[in-house]
Design a binder for this molecule. Structure first.
Ligand SMILES: NC(=O)c1ccc[n+]([C@@H]2O[C@H](COP(=O)([O-])OP(=O)(O)OC[C@H]3O[C@@H](n4cnc5c(N)ncnc54)[C@H](OP(=O)(O)O)[C@@H]3O)[C@@H](O)[C@H]2O)c1
Length: 258
């Protein structure tokens, strides 16, 4: 089992799916501090952390509310960076898939929510994280891991807004890398696609209206054939990025190549 005791981690979208699996592995590995952010709290994780003596702090926040997300980002990133005894980590994992609808059939409110959660919130957290590190004199080791998708580089009918948001997230990764590269102690940053992972998001894809999502049957077949990644598999690959020293900052990665 990995030892995460020297890491202090901010993890958005920790309540279910990939985020829950990531939090569980961090707790199992005795993570130093874990700051979880999502709308709902996962009580099983809270109990597990208590049993293992792990410092887990959960902040409930709807990340589609940008002013609220900004306040929470500043508070948790400041605590994460201030209290770390080793490396501070930000994992931007929370995301929304909906609206599953083609352009021309979009509800503006849903469109704004998706981009607020998938694009604006990660930028707010990255900004707060880097600002908190600078306030500590840029001395501490720090990494940002943005959970992206293969759909950030490949358009799919019916989820165009999700594709657009992940392309923007990948550009956030590259923008941070280019801004950090001339710093004395640059923060390492990457985007990583977790592959197709069995989760609430996949259930939504399997249940979508095929008139909008032409590839719906492909997602149903992935489930039928048992070829989806488990959240645990993808989470363990993603956590290997906490310590990898052979991958360039700014990389756009896939878990199946890790
Ligand atoms: N599953 C896949 O096949 C797949 C493929 C490629 C990429 N990904 C990426 O992997 C990451 C995790 O996805 P997943 O499959 O685990 O999805 P999921 O099961 O739907 O979980 C999404 C997480 O995001 C949080 N979240 C959603 N809306 C939020 C909001 N408005 N405010 C705060 N938190 C919110 C949810 O928490 P609450 O509901 O408690 O708020 C939940 O913890 C995402 O970035 C996704 O884009 C997934």
């Amino acid at each position: 089992m990995s030892d995460y005791s020297t890491f202090s981690v901010v993890l958005t979208g920790a309540s279910k799916g990939l985020g829950e699996a990531t939090a569980r592995l961090l707790i199992d590995g005795g993570v130093g501090h874990l700051f979880c952010v999502s709308r709902s709290v996962n009580d099983d994780l809270v109990t597990l952390a208590q049993e293992r003596g792990v410092d887990l702090r959960w902040t409930q926040c709807d990340l589609s509310d940008a002013p609220a997300a900004s306040d929470v980002a500043r508070a948790v990133c400041e605590a994460c960076v201030t209290e770390t005894a080793g490396t501070a980590i930000l994992v931007n994992n929370a995301a929304l898939l909906e609206p599953v609808a083609r352009v021309g059939h979009l509800n503006p409110r849903d469109l704004i929510s998706l981009h607020s959660v998938n694009t604006i919130a990660p930028a707010l957290f990255a900004d707060a994280f880097l600002a908190a590190r600078t306030s500590r004199g840029d001395a501490i080791s720090a990494r940002i891991i943005n959970i992206s998708s293969g759909l950030g580089t490949r358009a799919m009918a019916g989820v165009g807004m999700y594709c657009m948001s992940k392309a923007a997230l990948d550009m956030l990764t590259q923008a941070i890398q280019t801004e950090q590269e001339d710093q004395a102690a640059p923060v390492w940053v990457c985007s990583v696609s977790p592959g197709t992972v069995e989760s609430h998001m996949q259930e939504t894809l399997r249940a979508a209206d095929a008139a909008h999502l032409r590839d719906r049957e492909t997602f149903r077949e992935l489930k039928r054939s048992g070829t989806l990644n488990t959240p645990q598999f993808s989470a363990s690959k993603i956590l290997s990025l906490l310590t990898r020293t052979d991958i360039d900052s700014g990389s756009i990665l896939r878990v199946d190549s890790l």
